[in-house]
Design a protein around this ligand. Structure first.
Ligand code: ZN
Ligand code: ZN
Length: 140
């Protein structure tokens, strides 16, 4: 299990990715992905791109194998029933490691009331070995 404090720089990185500073009136949320069996753990990731997926506007799913219990689960999904799998990516850090702590930052327009509209988001990963942060996919 990883210390909660160690995610603050990943959160800051995610906010930088979607330029949160430039949207002071919007609401930003940051969530770490947890294993279904509990706990924020590193995952070995497979990024599955579906039809219509673009670099700045991902469609598809991110699957992860939990480094602690070995279960395979859907970490992130942003797709539709009519979309077909196109290709897969298996992210590897520059250091050669392939397990990442994964978090998502989302921006919602406006900071008042309950009904902010989703604007854009980013899924980020932190290498479980060297700590390097990277953007995995952007959603818009
Ligand atoms: Zn697990
Ligand atoms: Zn690394």
């Amino acid at each position: 299990m990883v210390d909660q404090m160690s995610f603050s720089d990943l959160e800051a990185f995610a906010k930088e990715c979607i330029a949160a500073d430039r949207y002071p009136n919007d609401r930003h949320t940051f969530t770490m992905f947890r294993c279904d069996n509990g706990g924020v753990v590193p995952f070995e990731l497979t990024v599955e791109h579906h039809t219509g997926s673009k670099k700045e506007n991902f469609r598809g799913e991110i699957l992860g194998v939990c480094s602690e219990c070995g279960s395979k689960q859907r970490v992130f999904s942003f797709t539709g029933a009519h979309r077909k799998p196109l290709r897969v990516e298996r992210p590897v850090c520059q250091c050669g490691h392939n397990e990442f702590l994964v978090g998502e930052c989302e921006r919602f327009e406006g900071d008042e009331g309950l009904t902010g509209f989703f604007d854009e988001g980013v899924v980020v990963g932190k290498c479980a070995r060297c700590g390097q942060n990277r953007a995995l996919v952007y959603t818009d």
